[in-house]
Design a protein around this ligand. Structure first.
Ligand code: ZN
Ligand code: ZN
Length: 182
């Protein structure tokens, strides 16, 4: 894809996301979107988003914090975390983004095979995290969920669904992102 160059700040939220994984996902996103990628050096603290009763972190609260990473209106901020995320109406979320906004957040927590009692798969974790990151960044460009099951913008609340969709926008979603970035 080719559109106006933006900066993508990739920032760790809390501990537990391997640096190498962060860098690989950032590099893939840079290639896909034509972003200039800036890994942020210091992780963001997410303690204030912790809900002790749920033993999870309120993702909308973390998203608000991410906005402070950069004030550049053309930039995007992607938070990568290993903590389990929720929004009040759902038992969990893989990630969340600000629709037409600048910030997106994705979690590895439920993308790891180990979460389901299976042996670790680094390749699968990276693939899932990348799809989820592209999906959430898509929301920042104003994309809603897509009915095309192969499109990265289809909604997926289970890893099985995540695994069958591709890491690509369908032609209709791609056109929306292009128009938003023009
Ligand atoms: Zn979504
Ligand atoms: Zn689509």
């Amino acid at each position: 894809m080719k559109w106006r160059l933006r900066t993508l700040h990739v920032v760790a939220v809390g501990d537990g996301v391997p640096l190498e994984l962060r860098d690989r996902v950032a590099a893939a996103l840079a290639r896909m979107f034509g972003f200039a990628c800036r890994p942020a050096s210091a992780p963001i603290d997410c303690a204030e988003a912790f809900d002790a009763a749920r033993n999870q972190y309120f993702s909308t609260k973390i998203l608000e914090r991410l906005g402070s990473v950069s004030s550049d209106a053309d930039s995007r901020v992607l938070g990568l975390t290993a903590v389990d995320l929720y929004v009040p109406v759902l038992t969990f979320v893989f990630g969340e983004a600000q629709m037409h906004g600048r910030c997106a957040l994705v979690s590895c927590h439920r993308l790891r095979e180990e979460f389901y009692g299976l042996p670790a798969r680094a390749d699968l974790l990276e693939e899932r995290l990348l799809k989820e990151a592209i999906h959430e960044i898509g929301h920042t460009f104003g994309l809603a969920h897509c009915d095309n099951w192969e499109c990265v913008m289809t909604s997926s609340h289970a890893v099985e669904r995540l695994d069958v969709k591709t890491a690509e926008f369908c032609s209709e979603c791609r056109a929306v992102v292009r128009a938003a970035a023009a």
